[in-house]
Write a protein that binds this ligand. Structure first.
Ligand SMILES: Cc1cc2nc3c(=O)[nH]c(=O)nc-3n(C[C@H](O)[C@H](O)[C@H](O)COP(=O)(O)OP(=O)(O)OC[C@H]3O[C@@H](n4cnc5c(N)ncnc54)[C@H](O)[C@@H]3O)c2cc1C
Length: 372
């Protein structure tokens, strides 16, 4: 079977790898360098807490693969299962967390509930005013710079062709499959997988499939390095989006943070999302509630990235509803980093065997059609 993978972010490179592992002849085509879209901009959170329940089977599949990534890809992609703590500062948010934890348990996610004394003892320096927290011990983080190049390289070793810096001029259905004309030549294959991220809705529209997707950029920042003291990824349960911040400390000591700021709108051409410095003070105020020590530290860089947000905040994954042989995996709405390896594995299984052991029905592309 021949497959063209269009878009070389985490979803495209992971799909190319798992397709090649299943024996497909794969060509991945990327207009820039692999991993330089939303993937490289990611905060790197490998979290299941707070996910929509229908996403949890895919998130579990993905977490297993993150755990195997170093052996599988032959490179340390800095996956660390440090745990994920979410602090709680008010009674309403505590109720929200408890309701979520109860609903998520039958889906295989077990969250520990911590009281204030336990938080101080196990995680000194975090949230002095927190009244409770949830803790997910097997979650953690990975390095967003490393993962897509690692999948691309491993796919290449299995025989996949990875074409970078190629301007795609035409994507069309032919009698026997698909044709992709680009500045680096014309490709033909039986199947086409659309992993074009925030640009994925444009590809779908060319095949008569409309997806309500907006390109937006969450805002991130990183501090100077400090002694490595904060082990887990830290977030918050809150109904107040002005306080919806998160942070993690990388092993080199820098603290990476995000959230608590309106996402900037991004023009798909050229697709560069710019961080807005005016939003930084508000963001830092929210981060300081989680980690007061941040108030004394210098921020050395801020950035954003172009991500596709679907109206219902769920991705589009699965077969095209209009075109046999066309598959989609795009629109990961700000939370695709954790899902990436699982998405690649599930899409490769769907394309090569006709079914995915992980349910994907909630992510089907025609869910937005009237009457769907
Ligand atoms: C700032 C930020 C922070 C985030 N933090 C987290 C987090 O902590 N945890 C989490 O789970 N998720 C996070 N996310 C979301 C996560 O990073 C994304 O969901 C995920 O990386 C999407 O991967 P992708 O492969 O779909 O998209 P991308 O990485 O954007 O890849 C799509 C690729 O397609 C290419 N492309 C587009 N059109 C064409 C074309 N016509 N021809 C050829 N190539 C094309 C693009 O150049 C791009 O490289 C974050 C996102 C951002 C922006």
């Amino acid at each position: 079977m021949d497959v063209i993978v269009l878009g070389g972010g985490l979803m495209g490179t992971a799909s190319a790898y798992f397709l090649a592992r299943r024996g497909a002849r794969v060509t991945l085509i990327e207009r820039n360098r692999v991993g330089t879209g939303a993937t490289v901009a990611s905060f790197g959170n490998i979290r299941r807490t707070g996910r929509h329940q229908s996403q949890l089977p895919l998130a579990h599949r993905s977490l297993r693969l993150w755990g195997e990534a170093e052996k599988m890809l032959g490179r340390d992609v800095e996956f660390r299962a440090t745990g994920h703590i979410r602090l709680i500062f008010d009674a309403g948010s505590l109720c929200d967390m408890q309701a979520y934890a109860q609903a998520a348990r039958p889906w295989g996610l077990a969250l520990e509930e911590l009281g204030p004394r336990e938080i101080r003892a196990r995680f000194p320096g975090l949230g002095p005013d927190a009244i409770a927290a949830s803790f997910s011990p097997h979650d953690g983080s990975g390095n967003p710079r490393l993962i897509a190049p690692a999948f691309a390289e491993a796919a290449r070793k299995l025989g996949a062709e990875i074409i970078e810096e190629a301007r795609v001029e035409k994507v069309a259905r032919t009698g026997s499959g698909f044709l992709v004309a680009s500045s680096k030549g014309v490709l033909a294959a039986e199947c086409l997988l659309n992993t074009a991220g925030a640009w994925g809705a444009r590809i779908a529209a060319a095949f008569g499939e409309e997806v309500p997707l907006e390109a937006r950029g969450p805002q991130m920042g990183v501090t100077e390095p400090l002694p490595h003291r904060v082990l887990p990824v830290v977030g918050i349960w809150t109904r107040d989006k002005d306080y919806g911040a998160y942070l993690r400390q990388v092993e080199r000591g820098n603290i990476v943070f995000g959230g608590a700021a309106e996402r900037v709108t991004v023009d798909l051409e050229p697709g560069h999302a710019c961080a807005d410095p005016m939003r930084l003070p508000m963001q830092l105020r929210a981060v300081a509630r989680l980690l007061p020590a941040i108030a004394k530290v210098a921020v050395i860089r801020t950035w954003s990235g172009c991500e596709g947000y679907v109206r219902d905040m769920l991705p589009v994954m699965g077969r095209s509803a209009t075109t046999p042989g066309l598959f989609h995996a795009f629109g990961f709405s700000g939370h695709g980093f954790q899902l990436g390896p699982g998405v690649g594995d599930a899409m490769a299984q769907l394309i090569t065997t006709g079914r995915s052991e992980t349910p994907l029905d909630d992510f089907r592309i025609d869910r937005f059609c009237i009457g769907a």
